[in-house]
Design a protein around this ligand. Sequence first.
Ligand SMILES: [Zn+2]
Ligand SMILES: [Zn+2]
Length: 155
Amino acid sequence: MSISEHTNLPQEQETLASFVQRVRASLGLSQHEVALKAGIHLQSLGKIERGLTSRLNYKTLNGLALALQTPVEYLDAVSKGLPLAATTELKFCPHCWTPGTAPDPLWTHARAKFCCFCGFQLINRCPSCSEPISSMKFRFCPFCGCSYKAKTTAG
Ligand SMILES: [Zn+2]
Ligand SMILES: [Zn+2]
């Protein structure tokens, strides 16, 4: 399975409707498959893609993010019409980040590669299975169960 890392980044001023359509097309999934994976009604997905729904509830947001293999933050930003952040990426330091909290803006800066606090290399995917991190609100990888926070080896 090959996933392009760039296609699921929202474009500037892209609407939720076109973002969802584009990412779904890039994954080669039908509306039916996405609705099924996201755990939402086919009708609801149709409405989203026709631009009739712009506010997503928590469950839809998370389901869609999983189905479209895109971070919840991206969907959230496009649905709210927020200018995401061509300059922002979901990245964090596995040592300094406190799971469940927002990552430090210095980590998510597009050009940041290393932690400003400890110098460790920033990561944007699961350290164990390499699946993209779908939300910074998650403490554990939904794919392999690995903790996103690095284990401290010595006591
Ligand atoms: Zn650090
Ligand atoms: Zn994982």
